[in-house]
Ligand binder design. Structure first.
Ligand code: ADP
Ligand code: ZN
Ligand code: ZN
Length: 702
């Protein structure tokens, strides 16, 4: 064994962050960092990644003879690129998760199941298939007569954006580029041209989108533009086998373009030349469990690490990104005009205050559609145009209610209402999934007359059907789109013109390119103006701008396109900015508010979350954690707020308590978190009954 090498191997242990989780093994052959290996761990054999040699701080104390040998190396598979390892290390440290947990969790799950010969076989099969496809493609295209791909002539603004991109790309350390373009301004064309440039250089392009639903459309556009290039998707709806083969295509350099959701930010790409983050403001980029990373932020970091251009695209950038652009840290490039010269739709506010007040409690009143709004809907029907009517949250849900005794359909396991699902006649909790058949009578008083309250999309659909006889109405929300292919077929109906009025939640406002919609109605968006979530106004503005972008995509129809916003607060500055389609004004007012309140991007936040059956146990853990933080942060650079119940305080019988940690300095906050983590692990042992705890760095909501 004299020739045996000592290797530090990272395996999946959810322990401390940093490299504490790297274990030492012996190998007969030298293996480069990033090599995948199978190693014995206890009585099991698990997947591991070779990190740096002799990385463990107390390596000299280790008795080499006592080390176990690695199982098998995945020969023939190139090691994960150094930049990939650096990205994983950064994410592990920044989001306070064990390197093993983080690095292994972003690999395709199928890899864990395969032994070395199994993977080699899979790989050989894939390579053969790819080679076959390539020859077929080449034959079909008759290489001496390359098929002309239609590319539109660029608009002036697109041209200018690409000139900036080219200049950035030539820099040794390109700053990220913010492509601030209104809907329909041709952002995607800019992504395509940018990708074209890096592909021509023999590099790979990574394109991130917020939602799986948005991948097929974009995939089709990229595939049409780059025939003969291999394009792979990466998202959670792929089969395990697909995920593995797409991942291999990326790592082996077979794939030229990787298009995917947030997990694709970890695609191993040896020739990466460009990262695009479309709809960079979208909250879906933040992972909400495990390692709670922001794929948008990691994309920016990855670009920095690999000295690559990153394009962040949005009509309504996140305030974090916007502020960096204002500071000059990102290059902001506007696309203010719609392709084809179409105007943005006219935004009209309907002042709900002029209508007679509905009797009873507001949340029990029927959904009000203003007469003017109904009239606009009828006009569209007469002209054969489409309308989109949306409620901005499924959560304004039809809760069942007894008018006699006040009973409401609560969830016995959560601090939440269970929601009435009419078609299945069930009451379902959207937090824990607990579902029951609707009771025949009020469980408390026996009253037979229990009825839905609130304002769900189903109810809206019913009301519209009543108000617009003969209209073909389709509903899209998380329920109606649950079944496989249901969303696609619904959308196809809309495209085919078989639908007059599309009703739904915010799901319907995202990205879909509906040509014939000339009216968008926001039924009751006000709640977000006064929500406790400090990002709610930002989201509302983005949502309404995006929804407005659904109208008049067709230039000819743009002239008569309208957005109606039904509001009790027509004077609100958010709506004033919306009317002018003025993101900059909205952002300025929001940034001023955030600065005054000491909120991001003017401060940096983390949440420590604790869960237990008994809230007192979770709270005691957090209080002990706060005391530890006080000792570690003697200078007082970090503020630790008192523990409070989470916004949904109880889920499936488990109480959730959280504690906010804030600092004006990101570095100070990071230092505290790193020092805190081992203390928290120790504290956990002292708090029996604690179910879970976790740190959420840069939380979306507090
Ligand atoms: P965005 O992503 O900004 O909403 P898209 O890139 O989808 O906008 O562009 C809107 C429409 O305009 C698409 O149908 C696209 O094919 C078309 N388009 C984009 N750029 C051009 C151009 N330079 N000339 C003609 N059509 C274009
Ligand atoms: Zn529940
Ligand atoms: Zn009752």
């Amino acid at each position: 064994m004299t020739s045996a090498q000592r290797l530090a191997v990272v395996v999946e242990t959810p322990q401390h962050s940093g490299l504490g989780a790297a274990l030492d093994y012996l190998s007969e052959h030298p293996l480069a960092p990033g090599s995948l290996v199978r190693v014995p761990l206890g009585r099991r054999e698990v997947l591991g990644i070779v990190w740096n040699r002799g990385h463990n701080a107390d390596a000299e104390l280790i008795d080499v003879a006592a080390l176990r040998a690695i199982g098998a190396a995945f020969d023939g598979l190139p090691p994960l690129p150094p930049a990939w390892l650096a990205l994983a290390e950064f994410a592990s440290a920044y989001y306070q998760r064990g390197i093993g947990e983080l690095a292994l969790s972003v690999l395709p799950p199928e890899l864990r199941k395969l032994d070395a010969p199994g993977l080699a076989k899979r790989q050989a099969r894939l390579v053969k298939r790819w080679a076959r496809e390539q020859t077929k493609d080449a034959a079909a295209q008759q290489p001496d007569v390359p098929p002309p791909v239609e590319r539109p002539a660029l608009a002036d603004e697109q041209q200018a954006a690409l000139a900036v991109f080219d200049a950035l790309r030539a820099e040794p350390q390109p700053a990220p580029m913010l492509l601030h373009g209104v809907t329909g301004s041709g952002k995607t064309e800019v992504y395509l041209r940018a990708a074209e440039r890096v592909l021509a250089d023999g590099r790979q392009a990574l394109v991130l989108v917020p939602e799986i639903n948005l991948t097929p459309q974009l995939e089709a556009r990229f595939a049409a533009r780059f025939p003969g290039r291999r394009l792979v998707a990466m998202h959670s709806a792929l089969t395990p086998a697909q995920r593995l083969s797409h991942w291999l295509a990326a790592l082996l350099g077979e794939a030229d373009i990787v298009l995917g959701t947030r997990l694709a930010v970890f695609a191993p790409l040896p020739r990466l030349g460009l990262i695009v983050v479309d709809e960079e403001h979208d909250p879906s980029y933040k992972q909400q469990e495990g390692a709670r990373y922001s794929a948008r932020d990691l994309a920016v970091y990855r670009g920095h690490l690999e000295r690559l251009p990153v394009i962040l695209g949005s009509a309504t950038p996140s305030l974090e990104t916007w502020q960096r652009a204002l500071q000059g840290r990102y290059r902001s490039v506007p696309l203010a005009l719609r392709i084809g010269g179409g105007a943005l739709p006219r935004v009209r506010l309907f002042d709900m205050g002029v209508l007679p007040r509905p009797s009873g409690k507001v949340d029990e009143a029927p959904i009000v559609l203003a007469p003017l709004v109904l009239q606009s809907l009828r006009e569209r029907l007469e002209r054969g145009e489409q309308s989109l009517v949306f409620l901005n949250r499924r959560g304004y849900a039809p809760v069942l209610h007894c008018a006699d005794c006040g009973w409401k359909s609560g969830c016995p396991h959560c601090s939440a209402w269970r929601v009435f699902h009419k078609r299945e006649r069930t009451l379902r909790c959207h937090h824990c999934g607990f579902s029951e058949r609707v009771p025949r009578a009020c469980p408390d008083c026996g009253n037979l007359d229990i009825a839905p309250i609130g304002r769900g999309t189903e109810k809206l659909e019913e009301q519209l059907a009543e108000a617009l006889p003969g209209a073909r109405i389709a509903r899209i929300d998380a329920d109606s789109a649950r079944g496989k292919g249901q969303l696609e077929s619904r959308l196809a109906e809309v495209h085919a013109g078989e639908v007059d009025v599309l009703v739904g939640t915010q799901m319907v406002t995202k990205g879909h390119d509906f040509r014939r919609i000339t009216l968008v109605v926001a039924v009751s968006p006000d709640a977000a103006l006064f929500a406790s979530d400090f990002r709610a106004p930002e989201r509302l503005f983005a949502l309404l701008m995006q929804a407005a972008g659904r109208a008049g995509r067709d230039a000819e129809a743009a002239a008569r396109s309208e957005v109606w916003v039904q509001t009790w607060h027509p004077q609100h500055p958010l709506y004033a900015a919306l009317k002018r389609h003025d993101f900059a004004a909205f952002a300025a007012s929001q940034l001023a508010e955030r600065e005054a309140a000491g909120l991001p991007p003017f401060s940096h936040l983390a949440l420590l979350r604790a869960e237990a059956r008994d809230a007192a146990i979770a709270t005691a853990f957090l209080q002990a954690a706060a005391a530890a933080a006080g000792e570690l942060d003697a200078a007082g650079a970090v503020t630790v707020y008192p523990p409070v119940p989470a916004s949904v305080a109880k889920v499936a019988g488990i109480e959730r308590v959280q504690m906010l940690v804030e600092s004006a300095s990101r570095a100070r906050l990071q230092r505290l978190l790193a020092d805190w983590l081992p203390r928290l692990h120790a504290l956990r042992a002292a708090h029996k009954g604690l179910a879970r705890w976790a740190i959420d760095v840069d939380p979306l909501a507090i």
